[in-house]
Design a protein around this ligand. Structure first.
Ligand code: ATP
Length: 269
């Protein structure tokens, strides 16, 4: 199956600053794919090149299907009401608004509220609804949950998952390792203008050492290790030698955030 988005050797500089230096990406059809990276790593630049909003200096980009876009910050005239915006964008796109989608995003309930009076979360949901009016095959979302509270974030995650389940490919950027771990099927980490990791959240988490811990009456003793069995046996043996009863045992997997920090710290700049 052809990938939904293919990026090969993407280069982009702003004056002397080379932000993208041969970025390669492949987003598979029907997955939620995240771009992660430090501030200024070039996530927005890469997404804007893919969206066609920004001209790249070199490289190839191909998107298979119709693209829907939600920019990092969108703005509409303050007096425009939610459903007026929906009708206007539907007219431009030559589509009819999908009532179920508007209800799912809670945009129908915003009805007559003017844009200027909407909260950050309501604006984000409206912009997502506007992006979906094109009925995209590939949806690009630049930090879709930035500034949202826990409830708004969780509702938006639900919407993004349902879109994926209906076959839409979602490419998003995020700063939040926990969000990416919960939401995304695969991710790429950008550093020095390239993807320095590409894989599943579990594969990224597995790069950091696992922890084993044993609890006795004296408390927990923890070890970071690449050899879970050996480290656990050593801790149990130690407790036996001390004559301490083992009350609990814990084996933790590597933390995605830990692996991500290590990858970013390996940077040369
Ligand atoms: P963040 O996580 O902070 O949103 P990002 O990974 O999305 O950052 P970009 O917004 O793509 O990064 O910016 C990458 C670099 O390019 C930054 O150093 C930024 O200052 C610079 N940059 C972005 N847009 C422009 C522009 N229009 N002109 C000049 N420099 C720019």
């Amino acid at each position: 199956m052809r990938p939904a988005v293919t990026v090969r050797g993407l280069e982009k500089a702003y004056g002397p600053r080379r932000v993208l230096r041969g970025l390669d990406l492949e987003v598979r059809r029907g997955e939620i794919f995240a771009l992660l990276g430090a501030n200024g790593a070039g996530k927005t630049t890469a997404l804007e090149c893919i969206e066609g909003l920004r001209r790249c200096d070199a490289g190839e980009i191909s998107v298979d299907g119709r693209l829907g876009v939600q920019l990092q910050s969108g703005a509409l005239p303050g007096h425009l009401r939610a459903m007026e915006a929906v009708r206007l964008f539907a007219l431009w796109n030559g589509t009819a608004p999908d009532g179920a989608m508007l209800a799912e995003l809670g945009v129908d309930r915003l009805g007559k509220r003017p844009y200027a009076a909407m909260s950050a979360g309501q604006k984000r949901r409206l912009h997502l609804a506007l992006a979906l009016l094109r009925r995209p095959d590939v949806l690009v979302l630049d930090e879709p949950t930035a500034g949202l509270d826990v409830e708004g974030r969780s509702a938006l995650h639900g919407c993004i998952r349902r879109l994926r389940d209906r076959g839409c490919t979602v490419l998003l950027s995020s700063h939040d390792a926990a969000e990416v771990e919960r939401l995304c099927d695969r991710l790429a980490v950008l550093r020095d203008g390239r993807a320095v990791f590409c894989g599943t959240p579990a594969e990224l988490a597995a790069r950091s050492p696992r922890t084993v811990a044993v609890r006795t009456a004296d408390g927990w003793i923890r070890r970071e290790t690449g050899d879970v069995g050996g480290a656990l046996l050593a801790l149990l043996e130690d407790a036996r030698r001390r004559g301490a009863a083992v009350l609990d045992v814990e084996v933790g997997r590597g933390a995605l955030e830990h692996s991500l920090l290590e990858l970013l710290e390996e940077g040369t700049e």
